[in-house]
Structures are given as structure tokens and as C-alpha cells.
Design a protein around this ligand. Sequence first.
Ligand code: HEM
Ligand code: MTE
Ligand code: MO
Length: 415
Amino acid sequence: MSGWMERYTSKSGKKLRRIHAWNGWVVAALAVSGIVLFLPALRGATAPIRVALKQGHIWAGVASIVLLLLYLPFLGKHVKQLRAKPAQAGNLTIVLLLLVGWSVSGVVLWLERSVPPAWTSAALLAHDALTWVGVPYAIFHSATRSRWVRERRAAERAAAGDDAEAERSYLRYDGSRRRLLKAGIVAAFAVVFGPVAYRLWKRLDAQGGVAVEEIEAAPPANGQELLTPAPDSSPPIGGGAEGSFRIYTVTSIPRFDSAAWSFRIHGLVEEPISWDWPAFAKLARKVQVSDFHCVTGWSVYHATWEGIPLKELLAAAGVKPNARYVKFYSGDGVYTDALSLEQAEMDDVMVAALIDGKPIPEDLGGPVRLIVPRMYAYKSVKWLESIEIIDRDHIGYWQERGYEVDAWVPGANRA
Ligand code: HEM
Ligand SMILES: Nc1nc2c(c(=O)[nH]1)N[C@H]1C(S)=C(S)[C@@H](COP(=O)(O)O)O[C@H]1N2
Ligand SMILES: [Mo]
């Protein structure tokens, strides 16, 4: 029996084929669930199932790692077999690098709560880059699986005793002209689809994200020009945040109308207070530098925020003795979150109006958003309009949908 035939009829050949087929399905599931998790346009629509989707993605990821481990014992033999077939050896190398890369970065993202944010940022970058290279490659790979199908058919014919026909159908495929044709298709595919996939992914990311440098260029919304930045809010003292914000919202972005806008602190306070925009813009502000971490893995480092420490607003209204929690309402009418009174009184919890010396753009929660630097950013309510002091806990938007109530960033010193 010739080598290729043995490969397809032997027991180990069968096992290898089974691993290969399973891996194909698992990678397809990972690609679909991963891309749905990524797509900016689906963040609001998929909110109710986001945590389940992420769990499913992780389980599929674990399955893919198990398949990779099951494959390991075959690796040595496989490499030897492919020594004379550079194209297939190249394919094997690419596929293994992709799978190992996805696995390592995926596990770091998974263990997010036990690793420093810098690791998850790097892992997310790698996970994304592998996806825009790897998914087009995988699509191509499965589209040209005809090679494999053909080999299998040849093996079936061989098994049926028709060796001559088997050999012919196998050679027909493996002839040098076909090899050349295939190499041409691979090259064309790489040249055309690599950059297309790259641009598409960048465009999607840009649509869902704002690089910090772009904030500089963004014109203030009508009314935001009332915010005169403090001198230490911009360079050379402040400014220079690093990273990109991904724009998150679960509604359409609320547009700022300075004439209709108001800000209120109420509930269990001695004196409820309400400000209109000009009055709010005149409140004394402080400047602080802090990092911003989203629980999905991205961060913005040392942003300079300018705003009113929450502690000062609470003191101004006078918190009643039976107060225990502070609830935050977004002007989008849907998003809320809460902190215990003790957490709310941390020095760096801020009702922010400027970032890096510029009014906070509407996309990023302007004119006013909450900042809770020591907790994941789902606590940092955008378009903040109302603060209510209450006597019981309130479960916020994302926590209602499966995010952990404990939002502390690893390494942050807790209140
Ligand atoms: C074929 C392999 C894989 C593909 C195509 C893939 C794709 C993706 C994509 C596109 C995202 C969204 C990233 C973003 O928001 O920018 C993602 C997120 C993620 N992936 Fe994968 N992935 C794969 C394998 C894995 C593996 C093996 C694991 C680990 C067990 C894993 C764990 C994660 C985690 C934890 C997230 C973060 C989800 C979130 O918080 O939104 N992935 N993946
Ligand atoms: N109103 C409102 N606030 C919100 C969110 C939201 O969807 N709506 N998303 C939260 C999450 S999960 C993160 S990571 C940050 C993102 O802030 P950004 O959109 O300015 O990058 O806002 C938080 N505050
Ligand atoms: Mo987030």
C-alpha cells in the first residue's frame, strides 16, 4: 500500500481525520461567537445573552485546546510525512500557530480577573489580529478541502479494491499543474483577502472606538464650550492618555441639549440639589490621572480626568444616616449602576466633564460621566444625569445580565 493510502485507512489516520473534522466545527463556532462578541453594532442587541455567549465561546475554546492536545501525539509522525510536501507543511505550521496563539491569548482573556490589565490588553490585541488573519485563512482552507475529500474518495476506491482508479483520482489531484494552480489561488487569496479583512476589521473597530488622539480633534458639542479646562488638565502637565476607547452603549447615543439638560442629586439626602448646565459647568473641578479598564480586555492608560469628586457632591447634599448605597442613572434612560456608600466616597470616584483637557465627547459619555478607576468600567456610567442615595443595594445594568457584582480591577486597592 502506498503511503497516502495507509494514512487514510490506518487507525491513526482515522483518528487524525476525526480530530481534524471536529476542529473545523469548533473553530467555526469560535469564529462566529467571537465575531458576534466583537461587533460594535451588536453590543446593545446581544446584551441579554452576552455573558452566555462568552461562556459558550470559552467552552468551545477549551474544546479546541483539548483537540490540540489530542493531536500532539501525532505531530512528530505528521511532520515526517509532510517533509516532502512543503505546501502542506506550511499549512500545518500556520494552522498550529493560529490555534496556539488563539489558545494562549484566549486563556489570558479568560483569566482576566487574575492577571494584570496589561496582559489582557496584549492578549486582546493578539486574539483580534489572529482572528482577522486566521478566519479568512480558515475559510479558504475549508473551501479547498476538496483535496482532502478527493484523497478520501481515492481511499474509498482503494478499499473497494479498485487500486488503479484510486491512484488515478489521487494523482489527478496531485499533479504538478494542479499544485501550481492551487499555489496561485493561495497567493491570490492572500493578496486580496488579507488587506480586505484587515481594513474591514479596522473599520469596525474605528466605528466602535475612539483613539485618544481623536478626542483632541473632536469639536465640543453645543454648550460644552462653557467648560474651561484647568491648566493642569492639558499638556505639558496633563493629557497624553494612551489607548483607544471602544464606544459602548445599549441605546442610541443620547445627544446633549444644554438647554434641557439638568443634573440632580436626591433620595436620602438632607438637601436635594439640581443644577442646570451653566450652573453645573461653573462648579469647582479637580484634576486626576487614572487608568480605565473594560472587563472585555481593553484599557486606556493615564487619562487626565477633570470633574467633581463624587465625595464633594455627596457632602454638599448631606447624606442621611440611613443611606447605604448610591445609585447612578444614565440620561439614556436605561443604564444604571450603584456603589456602596463606602465605595462612593473613595477619593478618585469622579463625576467627570473633561478628559485630557477636552470636554468628554458625546460618544464617550459626555457631557458628564462617572469614573470609578479602581473598578471595571461598567461601573463608569455614561451620560450621568441623576444620583440617588438609597438604603438598599441596586443591581446595575450589566450585573443584571450576568456580569459580576464584584467589579474591582485586580491589583487595585479596595475601599
Ligand atoms: C478559532 C479560535 C478563536 C477565534 C476565531 C476567536 C475569536 C474571538 C473574537 C473575535 C473575540 C472578540 C475579541 C474582541 O472583542 O475584540 C474573542 C474574545 C474572547 N475569546 Fe476567543 N477566539 C478563539 C479562540 C479562543 C480560545 C481558545 C479561548 C480560550 C479558551 C478564547 C477566549 C476568549 C475570551 C475569554 C474572549 C473575551 C470575550 C469578551 O469578554 O467579550 N477564544 N474571541
Ligand atoms: N450609559 C452607559 N454607560 C456605560 C455603558 C453603556 O453601555 N451605557 N457601558 C459601560 C462599559 S461596559 C464600559 S467598558 C464603559 C465604556 O466607556 P466608553 O464607551 O466611553 O469607552 O462605559 C460603561 N458605561
Ligand atoms: Mo466594559
